[in-house]
Design a protein around this ligand. Structure first.
Ligand code: FAD
Length: 688
């Protein structure tokens, strides 16, 4: 058999293949009008054996969520205003100005009020933010810095007096703001930051100072050009007038005006520099801030978790610096929730572009026969089909995270708060890392055409890349997840309460940690491998083993190396544990979403995709399962064969599956995503 020959080619009579080839050629000769999706491509790819038929419309409605109309309103607004659309070639300064105009137009002309939604309906805010990011990721980030970071810090770290004073100005963009946490010497280690805010009892003011160059606030979004205010994170210093001298009460947020509201001049004592041209996100003006004895009223302390009275006394309901710090960071998780859900949005766009191109593109084929679609190559399916399955999986997992976040904003349920904190850290890091890698894979899967800027993969890749770092570096965030799991493990054995997501540990830890069952280790039927119970058990077994061995290793190493040294010696293990846990959360949510899908045919399609997601992950980690005889050699082979089969089945409906994302044409405007008229649009673009 020719290595290029596929299973499908063997089973297709050559006359059918010829007809398909002629049909495809005719598409190039008679191009369809721009931006009109054509059913032709799907018809062409339908001629597949055992193709699963499903109701694309039903699946689409199931995926859409209730804010689709709000998202479409955003997209329509920009689509109808070409002067507000970001061109492919634009200088940094023009891009920044355009981004500011886009934000103003969104809020003041289209009357879309993202800041208000943060309070009234957080899920709507995330949906709007995702749509705005589809216009230009820079715009999405500029909006996020203003509404979620600056505005969110005022809402969540401040009290009523702050909301009353700043809400309207933030809402209508008069008070465009920044979130100034990171310093030149301290990024991930926020507790190490050095900016200080000293209380002056005589004038009833705080004095903000940058004590050395390492404490200059760096990378601050909206600071270089547009920001009027900043929430500045600084160590609160109280002079005690006793033998102790000064007391450091830990990191607090302070509202600091940085530019004059009328003249836009930088205010006295503040020095602002531009962080310059970046790899991506050049529509956002990141800047560096230095403070030299900048005085602000005592009221500007965001005092929800700690306050200073007129006579300089500190009060807080939380007893220690660490508890206050944790409470403060806990209130800022909204940014991570937003990044995780927007990242899935970009993954959807990239997968849609790559799948549509790969269905249409033909290269090589059996001797003297027509060329085949590149998506018929097993290697190409291997690149794109598990990615398509992961996109569906992440969609449901992040939607659940958004729902949980909205719920804690309403109910303040303590257990759920802890859950959302760990889940947002885990999903943000897992999803953004996966998307970053996938954006490169999609570019490569589209060959040279993927490199044309008009096809968006380059800007998506560059703009999205930093999602892995800001709002918490992914490696650092995964350690928080591992830390949480270890705490839950300890609580379990000490009989403490477990939070919602972690409950399975209580229910099943003992089962998972018992020896693998030698009988089920040999079961290899497709029914068994596609049983959600087998899949979830396998994911959870892996997590439980990793957790148990991490505990043992940490215990052993801490005796000789102390807790920091022990943690560092087990770090890779702990990161694998966190990823394994997040994968099992994602799978559980996907299985739930399949079961809840009301339309039977859509449910069958989702089940296929979910099985591919689960078995591909198990196969990727087959060494771990084999090492402990969780699966016997023949079962491992069966998993591999079934994964390839499922990948092929998903390939047969890949066109419909990306259609079901229901991305409006504006979003998939890359010529490669234009289905059958791709080449026509492409040739027009370069002037033919
Ligand atoms: C475009 C852009 C916009 C930004 N916007 C803002 C903003 O508006 N406001 C703001 O306050 N900040 C902002 N930031 C800063 C951003 O939040 C920080 O860059 C981020 O928190 C990471 O900090 P860092 O850059 O100091 O990296 P570092 O912490 O120095 O990390 C560098 C590397 O070290 C690794 N590392 C660090 N600690 C550990 C550890 N404990 N274990 C293992 N590995 C570790 C990391 O994984 C990473 O690979 C922005 C940054 C950029 C680039």
């Amino acid at each position: 058999m020719n290595p290029n020959q596929t299973v499908e080619d063997e089973s297709q009579p050559s006359i059918t293949a010829m007809t398909r080839r002629i049909q495809r050629l005719s598409i190039h000769l008679t191009p369809l009008p721009l931006f009109q999706p054509s059913p032709q491509l799907n018809m062409l790819t339908c001629a597949k054996a055992n193709k699963l038929e499903f109701d694309k419309g039903s699946l689409s409605s199931y995926m859409r969520g209730k804010y689709r109309e709000s998202q479409e309103k955003v997209l329509e607004f920009f689509k109808s205003r070409p002067y507000l659309q970001t061109p492919i070639e634009i200088s940094m300064n023009e891009h920044r100005e355009l981004c500011m105009r886009q934000l103003m137009a969104l809020v003041r002309e289209a009357k879309i009020k993202p800041f208000r939604y943060i309070v009234e309906d957080p899920a709507k805010y995330f949906a709007i933010a995702e749509a705005v990011g589809n216009i230009d990721i820079s715009l999405g980030i500029k909006l996020g810095v203003h509404c979620s970071l600056w505005g969110g810090s005022v809402l969540n770290l401040g009290t009523k007096k702050h909301r009353d004073k700043y809400f309207d100005g933030i809402d209508n963009l008069d008070y465009l703001g920044c979130f100034a946490m990171t310093e030149l010497h301290h990024g991930s280690n926020v507790q190490g930051l050095q900016t200080i805010a000293t209380f002056d009892r005589i004038t009833d003011e705080f004095i903000i100072d940058t004590p050395n160059d390492g404490a200059i606030k760096w990378w601050i979004g909206n600071a270089a050009v547009h920001g009027k205010f900043a929430t500045v994170f600084a160590k609160l210093i109280l002079t005690t007038h006793d033998s102790k001298g000064d007391s450091d009460m830990g990191v607090h947020g302070f509202i600091v005006p940085i530019r004059d509201l009328k003249t836009h001049q930088t205010l006295p004592g503040i020095e602002i520099h531009d962080c310059g041209h970046k790899i991506g996100l050049n529509g956002v003006d990141n800047g560096a801030l230095r403070f030299c004895s900048v005085r602000i009223p005592r009221d500007n302390l965001l005092n929800r978790f700690g306050d200073v009275s007129r006579d300089g006394k500190y009060t807080s309901s939380l007893p220690t610096i660490n508890k206050r710090f944790a409470a403060m960071l806990g209130e800022l998780v909204g940014g991570r929730v937003g990044l995780a859900s927007s990242s899935v949005g970009f993954l959807k766009i990239a997968v849609t572009i790559a799948v549509r191109y790969s269905l249409l593109r033909q290269q090589f084929g059996p001797p003297k026969q027509p060329e085949v679609s590149i998506l018929d190559y097993q290697s190409h399916q291997h690149k794109l089909m598990p990615m398509l399955a992961s996109t569906y999986a992440f969609h449901f997992a992040t939607r659940d995270l958004v729902d949980k976040y909205s719920e804690i904003k309403k109910t303040h349920n303590e257990q759920l708060v802890g859950d959302v904190h760990a889940l947002s850290a885990g999903l943000k890091s897992y999803v953004t890392s996966y998307t970053a890698k996938s954006l490169s894979t999609c570019r490569e899967a589209c060959g040279g055409h993927g490199y044309a800027a008009v096809n968006r993969l380059g800007s998506l890749r560059n703009d999205h890349d930093i999602f892995q770092t800001f709002e918490g570096d992914n490696t650092v965030l995964l350690q928080q997840v591992a830390g949480d799991l270890l705490k839950q493990y300890k609580d379990k054995f000490q009989g403490g309460p477990l939070s919602v997501t972690w409950n399975y540990l209580r229910e099943s830890m003992n089962t998972y940690l018992s020896q693998p069952n030698p009988v089920t280790a040999r079961w290899e039927s497709a029914d068994h491998l596609r049983d959600p119970k087998f899949q979830l058990d396998a994911f959870r077994y892996r997590t439980s083993r990793l957790l148990q061995s991490a505990v043992a290793r940490l215990r052993k190493h801490s005796k000789t190396h102390g807790s920091f040294g022990a943690w560092n010696r087990c770090l890779n293990h702990l990161l694998t544990l966190a990823e394994s846990f997040i994968e099992s959360v994602i799978l559980a949510k996907f299985i739930e979403a399949v079961q809840n899908c009301p339309d039977a045919s859509s449910r069958a399609a989702l089940k296929l995709v979910c099985d591919l997601y689960a078995l591909d992950r198990i196969w990727n980690d087959i060494g771990t399962y084999r090492n402990v005889d969780y699966v016997a050699p023949n079962k491992a082979k069966a998993i591999h064969k079934l994964t390839e089969y499922l990948s092929f089945q998903v390939r047969n409906i890949a066109g419909e599956l990306v259609d079901a994302f229901d991305l409006p044409p504006y979003v998939t405007r890359a010529p490669l995503a234009m289905k059958s008229e791709a080449y026509a649009q492409y040739t027009q673009l370069v002037g033919f």
